[in-house]
Ligand binder design. Structure first.
Ligand code: SF4
Length: 416
């Protein structure tokens, strides 16, 4: 039976390689837990403890809640925690957790908003064909008006907009879970507590949205189960990836980071990339110079042809045929008047006639899984799978670390 959680499915979307490491190869995690995840877990522990007290008719004070938080932190503290942000230390993160709880308690005490139906409550959603979705709800409540509320605590630094909260897929999973497990539930409200900001974002999902989500989840599970390749998808989240040390996209970077400057410069991979960058930059400079020389010669030919009334000028093996016609020039994509032009084209019903399909955009949207399920199903059969090998040079985001070690004093090249 295939079991999928929201985090399992979103791991594939974030980076298929990370998914493979975690769920297929089941590689052991050899790095310390990130402090952000640790902080989030301890705040969750404290809030779970708080609501267990409430369920037992005790109303804890902020002092009680903070004492519980501190003891969870000390009890769960591993010998090492991974801190990516070099400006912060453990004490700062620990204080952030305290602040989150202080804000929460000040806003919600005496915590009498409804009946607690479950804390860290597990759920399963059978979707047929042996597929089961599973997960945990931080807190499930039944309110006085008979509605169900799913409460989720967030300690992240990112506060989404109401539109982003409305589109949040995880919320859809929870709404599905309540609908499947409590068929009598009339309304399901999703209450996201952004604890750092003392903000609550409340959303709901329609039946149509939940049906579309179910269909999309089934499609994505099928895609994962039929995948043969699990490419690395680098992003800023890599710094928090548990598999950074075994990732082929990051391995060389980590290996050379440990080298002293003299060995770094001679390292074969570094030397080859430097040479390739040099050659591509040289080619670009040569191309630009040649193009401008061609433009100069063409102008001179045109002037010569005009002066003598010729339309063909001969050379040894080639001849240049010169013609002059007037053509219209329209604003390019980046020019300010372009939207107005497009509006007029649409207004006159000419869009289909003069616009063209961008295959690059279509391929990108399919690859990034950005199309609605129905559109993907309709368009995919037109595509043909092919192998593509590319060596793409890009500017290193962390190049400042190493450029300081360059011995020849050359400025870092622009992206070739
Ligand atoms: S480090 Fe980045 S690219 Fe590599 S597996 Fe992890 S998320 Fe993917």
């Amino acid at each position: 039976m295939a079991r999928y959680s929201y985090s399992k499915l979103s791991a594939y979307r974030t980076c298929p390689l990370q998914y493979r490491f975690k769920y297929i190869d089941k590689l052991p995690i050899e790095v310390a837990p990130s402090i952000e995840a640790f902080l989030g877990s301890r705040v969750h522990d404290a809030l779970e403890w708080l609501y267990r007290q409430v369920a037992a008719t005790r109303v804890p004070t902020i002092t009680d809640v903070l004492a519980a938080y501190e003891s969870f932190w000390d009890a769960e503290r591993t010998s090492d925690l991974r801190i990516v942000d070099r400006d912060l230390d453990e004490a700062a993160y620990r204080a952030t957790g305290r602040r989150c709880l202080e804000l929460y308690v000040a806003r919600h005490a005496p915590f009498a908003d409804g009946i607690v139906l479950g804390l860290e409550r597990g759920f399963q959603i059978p979707l047929g064909d042996g597929l089961v979705l599973q997960g945990f709800i931080d807190r499930l409540m039944k309110t006085k008006d008979g509605s169900y509320e799913v409460h989720d605590y967030k300690t992240s630094q990112r506060l989404p907009t109401p539109e982003q909260a409305r589109a949040d897929e995880q919320g859809g999973w929870y709404a599905l879970a309540v609908r499947h497990n409590f068929p009598a539930a009339r309304d399901v409200r999703l209450v996201w507590h952004y604890l750092r900001y003392d903000e609550e974002l409340v959303t709901t999902r329609t039946t149509n949205e939940l049906e579309a989500l179910e269909a999309d989840i089934v499609r994505r599970v099928r895609e994962i189960e039929s995948a043969n390749e699990f490419p690395a998808r680098e992003s800023r989240l890599c710094d928090w990836c548990d598999y950074l040390s075994v990732c082929p996209a990051k391995g060389h970077r980590l290996a050379v980071l440990a080298l002293p400057p003299n060995e770094y410069q001679g390292e074969p991979g570094v030397a080859l990339v430097n040479r390739l960058a040099e050659l591509r930059l040289a080619l670009r400079a040569f191309t630009a110079e040649t193009e401008s020389e061609i433009a100069r010669v063409e102008q001179a030919l045109l002037a010569y042809a005009r002066e003598h009334g010729y339309s063909v000028i001969v050379g040894d093996a080639y001849e240049a045929a010169i013609s002059e016609t007037e053509v219209m020039s329209f604003p390019k994509k980046e020019e300010p008047s372009r939207p107005e032009l497009e509006a007029r084209v649409r207004e006159h019903g000419l869009w289909d006639e003069v616009s063209d399909l961008s295959l690059a955009k279509l391929e990108k949207a399919l690859q990034r899984d950005e199309l609605p399920p129905a559109a993907r199903a309709a368009l995919e059969p037109f595509g043909t799978a092919r192998a593509r090998v590319s060596v793409r040079l890009r500017k290193r985001r962390d190049s400042a670390d190493r450029s300081a070690m360059d011995t020849d004093g050359r400025p870092s090249p622009t992206e070739p």
